[in-house]
Design a protein around this ligand. Sequence first.
Ligand SMILES: Nc1ncnc2c1ncn2[C@@H]1O[C@H](COP(=O)(O)OP(=O)(O)O)[C@@H](O)[C@H]1O
Ligand SMILES: [Mg+2]
Length: 456
Amino acid sequence: MNKKENTQIKPHKYYGMRFSSGMDNLITQTAPKLILLVSIIIYFFIITIVMINIYNLEAGSLQNILNTISKFVFPAMGIIGFVMLIITFGVPNASTIYENFVKGELTNSVNEPPILLSKRKYKGTSAIEYTFYFNGVVKKVFEEKKDVLASSLNMEVVDIDYKLRGKHKKINKQQIVVTCVPSDGIPEKIYWNDKYLHPDRDIITLGVNWLGAVTVDLKKTPHMLIGGSSGCGKTVLCRSLIHQFVEHGDKVYIADFKGIDFFEEEEAGYEVITDETIFKNLIIDVLDTLDTRKEIFRQAHVRNLSQYNKKNPSNQLPRVVLFIDEAAEVLDATGLPKEQKLEIAEVTGLLSKAARKYRALGLTLCICTQRPSNDIISGQIKNNLDLRIAGKCDDVLSDIILDTTEASRQIPKNSVGLFFSNTNGLFRGLLLDEDVNEVNSHKKGNSHMGKIKSHA
Ligand SMILES: Nc1ncnc2c1ncn2[C@@H]1O[C@H](COP(=O)(O)OP(=O)(O)O)[C@@H](O)[C@H]1O
Ligand SMILES: [Mg+2]
């Protein structure tokens, strides 16, 4: 019986939902309040005039009849009118959107479009959330007709999803929530600002999208893979991340096999490794050091670094972060003599162990490479890099990095600094001082590195 109810929704049920969303908007927004206030004033003004006219009529049966009618009709008209008004507060433009969907064939098999139930603004952002009753139009059709959706709503569509919310549990499964942002996109350059530095040591800001800062929780996704074609902004992104780790007091190692991208960091005293043998030994040392934490955690009865640091606020242990930029330079064994191949296999083995076993002990791996195909980043390492970030790429490359072609579809071909992550979707990386100088082709000046303390 329940099932039947789920699939057969009577149109009047939409009004309930539209009314509740209208009430929400009435409570949270100023414009509907003003409109309602003006309507109430007009309503009482009209009633007063009519009542005066009735009162001025000659006493008799007509006056009695009009008096009786007005006692019922006016309140009824008032209630219906205000309810309708509140319903329109919930979904302004619902009928135009309906017509646009029909025109654009965003419809079910009998040419009926989804029904707009509510429109809500995300607090403090320019994003808007539209909730539709699916009306037989499944999510796949929404995805395919994304352009119709975008042009009908006159906004850019960021996300299409099912959402369980509110009192209407029975029909929630048939609701589709579309998150939109203004069509003018994310700004082309967004500069680093200290407000992006999260107070929680486990949280790092990747960049910014229409909703504001895009952050990741390292407790959930400690390791990351950044891929994308040359010049898409990987190194610049790494620098903004390195800056945050250092500010959080973490221990950062940078392996730069191009050897020319991290001068500022080197000058500031961070450990920048450009030699492959030193790199191998470094991983061994890092893992040895982290191994000693096992006993410390055991004695403290904690399971991971966050728990330990929470229990020991005055004696916190740093996260150990290993950045590897242009990882292919050190991990690609194609065409090399046997001896070197063995050496690379050893490094791959070490990284694989690091990625698998050391997350709870506080290791974060950040591996950057243009094309992280299996011959460069082994399946075992890749499976453990939970956070995947792709810059500008084609379908094949997007698939290699994210296991979907989403990045190639969402990142315009001529863009730099724009990334797509498996956890947060699209975002723009942040530019630090020296990157700004680089972008502006000015002489490098007052770098941020001078301002921050060295933890290396
Ligand atoms: N977030 C960004 N915003 C604006 N411009 C950027 C951004 N990231 C990178 N760029 C520009 O792109 C150039 C190349 O970036 P880089 O990080 O060196 O690319 P990759 O490491 O992927 O080859 C930078 O010098 C800068 O001019
Ligand atoms: Mg680079």
